[in-house]
Design a protein. Sequence first.
Length: 220
Amino acid sequence: MPGIREIQEIEIIIEDIGGGGGNEPPAGGDEGDGDKRRRPGPPSSRRYYIAITLGIVSIFMFFMALTSAFLVRRTANDWVPVHLPMVIWLNTVILLASSATLELARRRLAIADLDGFRTFWRATTALGIFFLAGQLVVWHQLAKQGIYVAVNPASSFFYIFTAAHGLHIVGGVAALLYVLFRAFEKTSISRALAAEITSYYWHFMDGLWLFLLALLYPGK
């Protein structure tokens, strides 16, 4: 049964971390057989899928809490809409392009074209960095207009939303760099699986940005 199999995997992980009696062979048993029973095999890919799912859900809940506060606060009389700088649309195109290059990279990897994979993966990483730089330009343009975090509730939410999303994009760029430079021959996870897990996170951040943009745009 799936539930029993998961419990057995957790017990193996606990034994590996804790050590101690878990490494001793059972009394009256063959030491070699005991080692075979306790030696963990390659990590199940399921745990990576579970981890990224939990991560995405937690991020989603965080932004939904901010969204609820935003919608309630927007009804107040002191709400002054923030006019979105034009560069924010260029940033959106850059982020969407990064999702396209990421999928092209995964297709190259699927046919064992490692050079092609690295080319498109580097492009994805570069586009992610360009997006972050573009967001700093947006902030700079708003600052030149005298729009700061504490000017009014609308500007506060704009900076909070974009800053929180930007920090999560930084995490995504770190994951892209990990997949690009990690020597997966020495790890228990394959490059293809790492690329797939990273793609889930990256596409989610792209979709989240589109949601935030739609949320903030009516204020214009």
